[in-house]
Design a protein around this ligand. Structure first.
Ligand code: HEM
Length: 461
């Protein structure tokens, strides 16, 4: 097949397609362009071009790790300012990525997840107790509460550190610094280097925010060195401080540990709180799904306190979480590039190193892969009978291959446990039945202004 040009909205002088993409809509600004131009579209910001792909057919091709690998998109390159060569923002070829990957993969594996169950349960219990005490008339801000839950959970499970977000009015200053830094990273990626240079106030704010995040990480390391964990109670921080890479025998440097900590705190809570918030949003809109989920929770947990052994029997909750991530992939895009000049779909020539952005909200609604009802929330798609028929690489909320999410099991276990405990204990209703979805975009996405009310069920646990 002869090669053909990739469709592109007509570029404007100097800025390219910048004015064609509505920045306030986050990644959904790109979705609008993809809807207009099709499953492959070239976007140019200033002199940087990105190819955006969004059909299962094309994504399946770019997920072939023998031809394509992760590259840092412009936003992630900015995030590297504070996440350094931590796992998320390192290049695959960097020795520190490979070393940390080998050291940390087992720290998030099945045996480790079992050990982390109690920490997850501890924080979930705190939040549910708080809701119970607030009573049935309180308006509960869902994303705010789930953000406190997930931040405290990742910090307790990985570093045995308590942010105690549920006992304070304002979030820990780390959260403010992190959110501002993420928003500014996105802003910087849409500006010219010279513009970024002259915006002094923003630069200083970013420097202050980075310093605060590093200080939180350094303080936790100092405390640990002074008070080592008791034998048998080691956590991920201990692994980072003591474990040697099985291949090189080397340890992680202090600087790299600090970057990993900032990375885990960022990657480990924003996305999972978004997942839980969207899951509640969908459950409230689908009373039949909510009823099925509750029936399963009642059957499996009954009046018992949730235990690790219950989790594999809560398959319907797992389906709900997967379907939520299909419609609302809270980390909505990732970038890959070909190792060598290549031809995509047999007709689009792509030079080596050219970033290709996989646009998840669009991929996850591709009718060719998901059927005509792709826009509808239906957890049955992930039932054991139907899941096997999902086409390869049609569902990618956790990224691809060796660079996919290290915290996938952690996030799903944490979210499932919280949902199970919530449904066991409370009736939930929307505090604003007329709520229309508003999405807040940083590097991730969350529903904004979503409030619920909870009423204790008559179960003695
Ligand atoms: C990587 C999504 C939870 C830590 C990724 C990537 C995605 C993703 C899409 C690949 C990014 C890319 O290719 O550029 C999610 C979602 C989550 C979640 C949707 C929750 C629902 C977590 C948690 C942690 C975590 C709980 C805890 C530590 C990481 C790290 C990487 C990563 C360290 C980089 C892995 C590497 O390249 O070696 N995640 N994530 N994530 N995630 Fe998650």
């Amino acid at each position: 097949m002869p090669s053909i040009p990739i469709p592109q909205p007509p570029p404007h002088p100097l800025v390219g397609n910048l004015p064609d993409i509505d920045a306030s809509k986050g990644v959904f600004g790109l979705v609008e362009v993809a809807e207009q131009y099709g499953p492959i579209v070239r976007i140019q910001f200033f002199n940087r071009a990105t190819i955006v792909v969004s059909s299962q057919r094309l994504v399946n091709e770019v997920c072939d790790e023998s031809r394509f690998g992760k590259v840092l998109g412009v936003s992630l390159r900015e995030v590297r300012e504070f996440a350094g060569d931590g796992l998320f923002t390192a290049e695959t070829q960097e020795p520190n990525w490979q070393k940390a990957h080998r050291i940390l993969m087992p720290a998030f594996g099945p045996a480790a997840l079992k050990r982390m169950f109690d920490g997850m349960d501890d924080i979930a219990e705190q939040l549910l107790l708080k809701w119970e005490r607030l009573g049935p008339t309180a308006r509960i801000d869902v994303p705010d509460n789930t953000t406190r839950l997930t931040l405290d959970t990742i910090a307790l499970c990985s570093f045995s550190y308590r942010f105690n977000s549920l006992y304070r009015e304002d979030m820990h200053p780390f959260v403010g610094a992190m959110v501002r830094a993420l928003v500014e990273s996105r802003g910087r990626s849409r500006r010219l280097p010279v513009q970024n240079k002259i915006m002094l106030r923003r630069r200083h704010q970013l420097q202050e925010d980075n310093a605060l995040m590093f200080e939180v990480a350094d303080q936790i390391i100092r405390d640990r060195r002074r008070n080592p964990s008791p034998a048998g109670r080691e956590d991920i921080l201990d692994t980072m401080l003591t474990a040697a890479d099985p291949v090189t025998g080397e340890r992680l440097s202090e600087e790299n540990i600090r970057y990993q900590m900032v990375t885990f705190l960022i990657a480990g809570h924003e996305t999972t709180s978004g997942l839980l918030s969207f899951a509640l949003y969908e459950l409230l809109r689908h009373p039949d799904v909510l009823a099925t989920a509750r029936a399963q929770v009642d059957e499996v947990l009954g009046t018992e306190s949730a235990r690790f052994e219950h989790l594999p029997r809560l398959g319907y909750l797992d389906q709900i979480l997967k379907e939520t991530l299909r419609l609302w992939p809270t980390a909505p895009a990732f970038n890959v590039a070909p190792y060598e000049d290549t031809t995509l779909d047999g007709r689009y020539e792509i030079p080596a190193g050219q970033p290709i952005l996989v646009l998840l909200p669009q991929l996850h609604r591709d009718k060719a892969a998901w059927g005509e009802d792709a826009d509808l929330f239906n957890p049955d798609r992930f039932s054991p009978e139907r899941a096997a028929a999902i086409p390869a690489n049609a569902w990618k909320p956790f990224g691809n291959g060796q660079r996919s999410c290290i915290g996938r099991g952690f996030a799903l276990q944490e979210a499932m446990l919280f949902l199970a405990k919530l449904l066991q204990r409370f009736e939930i209703t929307s505090a604003d039945p007329g709520y229309t979805l508003q999405i807040k975009h940083t590097l991730t996405m969350k529903p904004e202004g979503l409030f619920i009310q909870v009423r204790r069920r008559d179960v003695r646990i």
